[in-house]
Design a protein around this ligand. Structure first.
Ligand code: PLP
Length: 362
């Protein structure tokens, strides 16, 4: 077999080798049908089973209560930035946000196209190196919802606990940390995520939404952009991204076989500890960007003393088989994305490479 890269891409990201191999085995002839899953009608019994199994398994693994719908949509998490206010923000209400960085900012900007917004808390003064203090949220009385970004993929920060919002609906963009740790779904009105970081390949967006919120969709908005359209048609109103849903189903089975979400969290902690420890024990050669209290288990952001050394690190790491370690162009530095499918072996190799790089350049 060809050598697998140490893949630290931010998204699309690493998939489990076992999943890729199974997909390869079934690629040309799925379940003895004489055709690929990609060639089948989305109304066929075989596809419907794949679709419903993926839904059921996500429900089981993530503990999704029965009064929530699980939708498989297209357009990425970015389309949800618009669909949420379109469906849930009325003219008399305000969409409130916790401003944590790049992705929260995009969500706010999009909501502004549809109605009033407010920032309930922000870590802008700290250059988004942490999740702000959530004990004193400024949520307007007429808030339609409070939107949080559970993991800021670019800055490398993550909520360790979610705010108590009382009667106000809590909505979370979990694009970069869904299924990486147990979450009490019942605290949220809605959770959404593009699949390409933690759930599978690009092309499908998972939306977990409480039934009473779905009913609020105004009848005036486009059919495809209404939650009730997809909820009442089991996400089969139009052609779904069938191959992406199938691969996501394989990835969910892989998570289940490895012990579920709690076991996945432990694995993620073990993985990231290797790299954070290397940063912390480098005597200042490496500097973590995120405040330790807000460090992400999914995206480890760090810097080296000079930009020149950072460029050299990026270049040399590639020569050693590491992919995707350059930080996002908007913040610079370095970033290792350690999503569910990234192996402990990859993280160990990276920690060793970092220690060796410091020895040679420190
Ligand atoms: C990647 C990402 C997005 C954008 O997802 P798309 O599916 O590309 O639209 C949104 N929010 C967060 C937190 C992300 O990490």
């Amino acid at each position: 077999m060809t050598k697998r890269a140490y893949n630290f891409n931010a998204g699309p990201a690493a998939l489990p080798l076992e999943v890729l191999k199974q997909a390869q085995e079934e690629f040309v002839d799925f379940a003895g049908a004489g055709m690929s899953i990609m060639e089948m009608s989305h109304r066929s019994a075989i596809y419907e089973q794949v679709h419903n199994d993926a839904q059921a398994l996500l429900r089981e693994l993530f503990g999704i209560p029965s009064n929530y719908k699980v939708l498989f949509l297209q357009g990425g998490a970015s389309t949800q930035f618009a669909m949420i206010p379109m469906n849930l923000l009325t003219p008399d209400k305000v969409a409130a946000f916790v401003m944590t960085g790049s992705w929260a900012d995009k969500a706010i900007k999009e909501a502004k196209l549809f109605g009033q917004t407010a920032v309930a808390a922000s870590s802008a003064a700290d250059k988004f190196n942490r999740i702000p203090d959530l004990s004193d949220l400024q949520i307007p009385d007429n808030a339609a919802y409070l939107h949080v970004t559970s993991n800021e993929t670019i800055e490398g920060t993550q909520y360790s606990a979610f705010p108590e919002t009382g009667d106000v609906t809590l909505i979370a963009d979990m694009s970069s940390d869904i299924l990486s740790r147990p979450v009490d779904v019942s605290k949220f009105g809605m959770i959404y995520a593009g699949a390409q970081k933690n759930l599978g390949p690009s092309g499908v967006t998972v939306v977990i939404v409480r039934e009473d919120l779905i009913e609020q969709s105004p009848k005036s908005i486009a059919t495809m952009l209404r939650y009730d359209t997809h909820a009442s048609n089991n996400s089969l109103y139009n052609t779904p991204p069938s191959f992406s849903v199938y691969l996501m189903g394989l990835m969910l089975k892989w998570v289940q076989e490895r012990g579920g979400v709690a076991a996945t969290e432990q694995y993620n902690r073990d993985k990231t500890k290797l790299i954070y420890d290397t940063i912390d024990q480098s005597g200042g050669f490496y500097r973590g960007f995120a405040d330790p209290s807000s460090r992400s288990l999914m995206n480890i952001t760090f810097r080296i003393q000079t930009e020149e050394l950072e460029n050299q690190f990026a270049k040399e790491s590639e020569q050693h088989g590491f992919i995707g370690l350059k930080g996002h162009r908007s913040v610079g530095g370095l970033r290792a994305s350690t999503y569910n499918a990234v192996t402990l072996e990859s993280c160990k190799a990276l920690a060793e490479f970092m220690q060796d790089f410091q020895k040679r350049n420190g």
